[in-house]
Design a protein around this ligand. Structure first.
Ligand SMILES: CC(=O)SCCNC(=O)CCNC(=O)[C@H](O)C(C)(C)COP(=O)(O)OP(=O)(O)OC[C@H]1O[C@@H](n2cnc3c(N)ncnc32)[C@H](O)[C@@H]1OP(=O)(O)O
Ligand SMILES: N[C@@H](CCO)C(=O)O
Length: 366
């Protein structure tokens, strides 16, 4: 069950706005050992929650690589989410009602500071492994750049150093669908439902792959001309999210994802990534069209002690959730601290893997 930490003092956001107090919903699994050196901190992605044993089965849980019998596992629900931390659903004391669409922009830098605050409250000065995929990977990278000395190991999957124009375009398309639903943020019954469902259907196109749809949603019989399987899948995925996630929170989180840029305020992406001192495992997914391998190659090029692995998945981007067993295999050596590769080997490896040097604006070498 989630636990709650109520922090009753103002939390200053990057935008200049202030949340008068913040609540953190969090889960822990396992026991902190006497040396306090067995902490694994997991950052969740867009629509997940702090119960990482529930949404990462096969990777987190008894007998898995991230085993609560061995590690003290912590996961905190990000600000803005539907699952208990301060969000658009929370009471705005100044307005005397829930924040709703007035909820301020919470950037990935704000969430990294929020996690740091919670870690301080929990007395976790040193974290053995910080880990996350997708938006969780963005939070992990941002936090590792902010407090490099806090982490021994870092593992990020299907993520990037700065949210791409492609990713922002997907998110804006979803927000356009949500704004076209004029019930969003109102007191209407099912407010924002149609917009959220359309937004999730758009998002699914980026979370999966052409081959995933062809393999799972093609028609079994020929000669069909309407009412396709792929259509009902899209509608069902929208409805499935509506049943568990608040439209206003989804809207807020997608803005937060767009804000992600480890280079902001640090000179460049390259300079920011060079601050990371943790040994870092970076996992790419070969069918990920949302966070393609180019983006993890940038991470690998600039994080000093890092290694890039490419994992196969038929699931596309969402492989970071569904390929839990494979991820566990990549992780187990890493947790024993086997990963020490020199920079020259790493560079040759990255170039060979990607076929060429990738550059994204702001990631230039310094
Ligand atoms: C209570 C909670 O849910 S807490 C939060 C859990 N979620 C998270 O943490 C977020 C991260 N998780 C996810 O994003 C997803 O769950 C994933 C990526 C791990 C898996 O996605 P899924 O939607 O389960 O997988 P998939 O794409 O195979 O779709 C399967 C679902 O679509 C349904 N489906 C498949 N084809 C069709 C179709 N043609 N028409 C209608 N429905 C269809 C299946 O019956 C199944 O339904 P179910 O989920 O109700 O059992
Ligand atoms: N399926 C994931 C995708 C975002 O990375 C989620 O809903 O959180």
């Amino acid at each position: 069950m989630a636990r709650y930490l109520y922090i009753n003092h103002p939390f200053q956001l990057e935008s200049g706005r202030v949340l008068p107090s913040v609540t953190a919903a969090y889960h822990t699994f396992g026991t902190l050992n006497a040396a306090r050196d067995n902490v694994i901190w997991i950052c969740h992605a867009l629509t997940a929650n702090s119960d990482c044993q529930d949404w990462w089965p096969g990777l987190v849980g008894p007998g898995c690589t991230i085993d609560p019998g061995k590690y003290f596992i912590v996961c905190v629900n990000m600000l803005g989410s539907s699952y208990g931390s301060t969000s658009p659903l929370s009471h705005d004391p100044e307005a005397g009602r829930p924040y709703g669409l007035d909820f301020p922009l919470v950037t990935t830098k704000d969430n990294a500071r929020f996690f740091s605050l919670v870690a301080n409250y929990l007395g976790l000065d040193r974290i053995r492994l910080l880990m996350g995929g997708s938006m969780g990977g963005q939070h992990a990278l941002e936090w590792a750049c902010t407090e490099p000395d806090r982490f021994d190991l870092l593992c990020v999957l299907a993520t990037n150093a700065r949210h791409s124009a492609w990713g922002i375009a997907f998110n804006e398309s979803q927000r356009m669908a949500m704004r076209a639903d004029t019930t969003l943020g109102t007191d209407a019954p099912d407010a924002g439902k149609a917009g959220l469902e359309a937004a999730r259907a758009i998002a699914m196109l980026s979370y999966r792959h052409y081959r995933t749809y062809v393999a799972t949603q093609s028609e079994p019989e020929p000669n069909k001309y309407d009412d396709f399987r792929a259509s009902s899948y899209q509608r069902y995925q929208g409805y499935k999210l509506w049943k568990r996630f608040a439209p206003l929170c989804y809207y807020a989180l997608s803005r937060g994802m767009d804000s992600h840029d480890v280079g902001r305020g640090r000179g460049s992406v390259a300079k920011a990534l060079e601050r990371i001192s943790a040994s870092t495992l970076i996992i790419s997914i070969d069918t990920d069209i949302l966070f393609p391998i180019e983006e993890q190659a940038v991470l690998s090029r600039h994080i000093p002690n890092s290694r890039l692995e490419v994992m196969h998945s038929d699931y596309g981007h969402d492989g970071f959730l569904t390929e839990a067993v494979k991820i566990g295999e990549f992780l187990s050596d890493f947790l024993s601290d086997q990963l020490r590769i020199d920079a020259t080997t790493k560079r040759a490896f990255t170039d060979a893997l990607t076929g060429r040097k990738f550059a994204v604006p702001g990631s230039e070498e310094v």
